[in-house]
Design a protein around this ligand. Structure first.
Ligand SMILES: *Cc1c(COP(=O)(O)O)cnc(C)c1O
Length: 416
């Protein structure tokens, strides 16, 4: 079956009530048939519901659908996108290890990698995901993963998947790709050799800014790399599970370990209600990502003719430095655009005049949003630091929603 059909049907079998929509199992725990049954579940001899921190039937349907859309073999939902990024890293590293991350990355993933993980004795090194020139030199025997975004937030850098995975495969290192901005309808990183995909489901997946959530997807070939001595935690007994060896027991060792060890102990589980909202989002994701992208392209065309605009960043704009990579890998460029508008003051004034766009530090809502990074998210940086971060003081970021494009253009025109 094709994606749109899978997104609406996969993984749900109606019970005797015949509910058309997946029921929300708001239940902390699930009853065992008897003590033998309970023992079998706890010993992983049999699959079944135990406790919602480990798994939940509503959440499980979402996990199966997002895994299928990304061409993975299994998925794990988490309470947020950051929890998904953290678990994918924590599943692979130990004290003294290092990770290689893209320079252009979501701010939270950068602070996690460079600040918080440093406290656990893990070091982060940087590479350019567009060119991957220095990537191979950065790899050593303590390197456990390469993290990058398909389209980076907020810089909109497009990754060169094939170049990155070729180097990673040569050294048998796990690649982790954050596919939040592209969605599986624009690109499926696993088809280009990526081992693990993560999402902030709070963005296009839920689609209307109503819930926080995340997910991790495992490719069919991650296991091959996890068998090497780079990843001992998958090949040696886990004492917390009576000596379980993940690679021996499972075909999906990455997800099973993330669930059985990390979710069990760190506990960033998604609410079944939020998982259900993500299921609703998946039902229309294929229509929405197309509509966001079409609206964004119309706005890019308007902005590129306006004399007040200095520079526009959008991967499908011919003059954009990501254009070649975007055309090679992406079906849709999504709804995020950034552009430069003169000085700090001019940018601030422009934002205050907008009526339909809301000033919000979020993206991928059904409603259009605007941010001025220099006065908000990047406020603490000096003029020079702003330039180094690729955030000039007059930079504006738009997240184009699903309103009528003509209304959005009129709003931008009057504010300019
Ligand atoms: C928002 C975002 C995250 C973090 O997700 P939350 O759901 O807010 O925790 C991670 N990666 C990218 C690319 C994002 O845009």
């Amino acid at each position: 079956m094709k994606d749109a059909t899978l997104a609406l049907h996969l993984g749900y079998e109606k019970d005797k009530e015949k509910a058309m929509q997946v029921p929300i199992f708001m239940s902390t725990a699930f009853e065992y048939e008897n003590t033998d049954h309970a023992a079998r579940l706890f010993n992983l001899e049999e699959k079944g519901n135990i406790y919602t921190r480990i798994a939940n039937p509503t959440t499980r349907v979402f996990e199966k659908r997002i895994a299928a859309l990304e061409r993975g073999i299994d998925a794990l939902a988490t309470s947020s996108g950051m929890a998904a990024v953290f678990y994918s890293i924590a599943n692979l590293v130990g004290r003294g290890d290092n990770i290689i991350i893209a320079e252009k990355l979501y701010g939270g993933s950068i602070t996690l990698s460079t600040q918080t993980l440093k406290q656990f004795g893990i070091k982060a090194k940087f590479f350019d995901s567009k060119r991957a020139e220095n990537l191979e030199e950065l790899i050593d025997e303590k390197t456990k993963l390469i993290l990058f975004e398909s389209i980076s937030n907020p810089a909109l850098a497009v990754a060169d998947f094939e170049k990155i995975t070729e180097i990673a495969n040569k050294h048998k290192i796990i690649t982790v790709c954050d596919n939040t901005l592209a969605t599986p309808y624009s690109v499926k990183p696993i088809e280009f050799g990526v081992d693990i995909v993560v999402h902030s489901a709070s963005k296009y997946i839920v689609g209307n800014g109503s819930a926080i959530g995340g997910c991790i997807i495992e490719s069919p070939f991650a296991k091959e790399k996890l068998k090497t001595k780079r990843y001992p935690q998958f090949n040696t007994p886990d004492e917390s599970y009576h000596g379980l060896i993940y690679n021996e027991k499972f075909d999906n060792p990455f997800i099973e370990r993330a669930r059985l060890a990390l979710l069990r102990d760190y506990g960033a589980v998604i609410s079944p209600f939020n998982a259900w909202l993500l299921l609703l989002g998946l039902e229309t994701l294929h229509l929405r990502i197309k509509a966001h992208s079409q609206n964004a392209m119309k706005i890019v065309e308007f902005l590129s003719k306006h004399q007040k605009i200095k520079k526009i960043n959008y991967p499908f704009l011919k003059s954009d430095e990501n254009y070649e990579l975007a055309k090679k890998y992406l079906k849709y460029a999504g709804g995020i655009i950034s552009f430069e508008l003169g000085s700090y003051e001019e940018a601030k004034e422009f934002v205050s005049k907008l009526k339909i766009f809301s000033l919000v530090t979020n993206i991928a809502d059904s409603k259009s949003l605007v941010t001025h990074p220099a006065s908000t998210t990047h406020q603490q940086l000096s003029k020079e630091e702003l330039l180094n971060a690729g955030v000039p003081e007059g930079l504006i970021r738009l997240s184009i929603g699903l309103e009528d494009a003509d209304d959005l253009i009129n709003d931008l025109r009057q504010a300019l």
